[in-house]
Design a protein around this ligand. Structure first.
Ligand code: IPM
Ligand code: MG
Length: 370
């Protein structure tokens, strides 16, 4: 198989690098036993890039990302860089990647592995079998809206400003991704905003309905206010198939959905751009969890979210569905064997380190592949 697929790996800060090392074992296994290989370039991002280059993302790395077929991202941030001014913080590296690659659709699946149903803070019956997908708009809304800033008023008081803004094309393109994906799942989309208090929410609701009626009449569309959605997610999460929402609501609702699964350490994500003439989308894959500086370097982190992000990459960027499934089945397998990193540890299970978990996934892949 050709090996000219270009993959940019950005491990970042905190537990990012140690989780990424486990992914590289899996990449090696595919290269050795399945002839699935990538031209891998590794670069710095976030605090690591600030320390080395004085910026969370160099222009050269930004260009590499634009030239790659996929970007695999670890995590950024930590106490060391928290005092920096806003525009110089590690997070700006990630936001710049999202914006300049125009990754407007962020797919955040919340899937409950049967072996972990008891790790959720919700009762098993409410979460067992849960499989929902949150699609978060990622390049618009209040994260990027202008005007923004902090200004000093004539009376000496200060005012902080951010702008929530959406245009119809921005709403339409993310809704299309949601309807498309729902068609491959249970066929149900719940569009979430606050049309009761925000004009941008009213436009969102009208536009969602229009795209549905014109282009996807076969998909079920419901609308929900974001506060109600937060409540419904913890009340009856299995009512949802695909949730589509704006950047800020998506940020919050996806953390809530993540916790339903028992651990943030289990959740992958994909951020996709528009399809080009060949159908290829720019894409970045990252775990939903952050850099967890408190446990960084201790070989305690759960590498499964980064490993599952790699599986999403195989599926969505390279059309390697069988390979993605092999990784996912191996993850299910190691959980069924009772292996747990500290974040998902439970009575009667075996606590393992980051590296042991990665090695176990590779062993399980080999066993499953026969
Ligand atoms: C996320 C994170 C980011 C966000 C931060 C790190 C900028 O919380 O990916 O959900 O707010 O989008
Ligand atoms: Mg977040």
């Amino acid at each position: 198989m050709a090996s000219n697929r270009k993959l940019l790996v950005l491990p970042g800060d905190g537990i990012g690098p140690e989780c990424m090392s486990e992914v590289m074992r899996i990449a090696d296994w595919f290269a050795n036993y399945r002839s699935v290989s990538f031209d891998i370039t590794e670069e710095l991002v976030g605090g690591a890039a600030i320390d080395a280059h004085g910026t969370p993302l160099t222009d050269a790395t930004m260009q590499l990302a634009l030239d790659s077929d996929a970007v695999l991202f670890g995590a950024v941030g930590g106490p060391k860089w928290e005092e920096l001014e806003f525009a110089a913080r590690p997070e700006r590296g990630l936001l710049r990647l999202r914006k300049e690659m125009d990754l407007f659709a962020n797919l955040r699946p919340a899937l409950v592995f049967d072996a972990l149903a008891d790790a959720s803070t919700l009762k098993r019956e409410f979460v067992a079998g849960l499989d929902l997908m949150i699609i978060r708009e990622l390049t618009g809304g209040i994260y990027f809206g202008e005007p923004r800033g902090i200004e000093t008023l004539p009376d000496g008081t200060r005012r902080g400003i951010n702008t929530q803004v959406y245009t119809t094309p921005e709403i339409e393109r993310v809704l299309r991704v949601a309807f498309d994906l729902a068609g491959k799942r249970q066929g149900r989309v719940c569009s979430v905003e606050k049309a009761n208090v925000m004009e941008s929410g009213e436009l969102w609701r009208e536009t969602a309905q229009e795209i549905h009626d014109k282009e996807f009449p076969g998909i079920e569309l419901t609308h929900m206010y974001a506060d109600n959605c937060a409540m419904q997610l913890v009340r009856q999460p299995k009512q949802f198939d695909v949730i589509v929402t704006d950047n800020l609501f998506g940020d919050m609702l996806s953390d809530t959905a993540a916790m339903l699964t028992g651990s943030l350490g289990m959740l992958p994500s994909a951020s996709l751009g528009a399809a080009d003439a060949t159908g290829r989308r720019k894409a970045l894959y990252e775990p939903v969890h952050g850099s967890a500086p408190d446990i960084a370097g201790e070989n305690k982190a759960n590498p499964l979210a980064t490993i599952l992000s790699y599986a999403m990459m195989l599926r969505y960027s390279f059309d390697l569905g069988d390979e993605a499934e092999l990784v996912e089945r191996a993850v299910t397998g190691v959980l069924d064997q009772g292996l747990r990193t500290a974040d998902i540890m439970a009575d009667g299970k075996e606590e393992v380190s980051t590296t042991d978990m990665g090695a176990a996934v590779v062993d399980e892949m080999a066993a499953l592949a026969g």
